[in-house]
Design a protein around this ligand. Sequence first.
Ligand code: DER
Length: 231
Amino acid sequence: GGSSAAKRRAGERAAEAVEDGFVVGLGTGSTTAHAIRAIGRAVDDGLDVRGIPTSFQSRQLALEAGIPLTELDAVDGVDLAIDGADQVVDDPESAAYGALIKGGGAAHAREKLVDTAADRFVVVADPSKLTDRLHRSVPLEVRPDAHTVTADRVQALGGEPTLRDAERKDGPVVTDNGNLVVDCAFGPIDDPDGLATRLSRSPGVVEHGLFVGVADATYVGTDDGVEVRRY
Ligand code: DER
């Protein structure tokens, strides 16, 4: 990924958008981790906030940061969600401007739930995530018993499926929800919304990593500041 200074700047800028009394969605990944730590420092300074974690990792980080935690079914709404991305469409002329690929951390099922529930969803990224057209593999969270039929369906859609192997565990990655991850290479994706619809319809697919029309803004950390994209 990109430079840690850029990630830190993006995360810390996003944390500044958290106002007193907010319910904030806490994303997953190394960029959002900077936002979580910054929010923790604001809580130490008296900020009243409740965080909704999107993964085991973000919950652990929030506990370490001292952010009071809650869950979606315990609040009336989510004021702001902060989350990272693996790829962000950065061409303002594109119909897919602001579309994301997420799921590098295999947390995209709960991330999408929280990010879409929020009144405002802000992405935090470094420049390496920006692209004119989505082209990374699209992660799918799939029920364990559905990974072969899903692979067949992905191939029928023109994609190349790969069951995501774990690195320090024999066998595949298992998500927080007890499911598997199939990474699907489609090459350049000109119609992410159409592909998202087709993937959503595949039985056994719990969630896909295309976030289309969801983000409200992206804070891009650079080596000397933060650039803000608004969609
Ligand atoms: O899994 C995700 O969607 C995460 O947001 C992640 O992919 C971004 O991770 P990073 O901030 O560590 O690059």
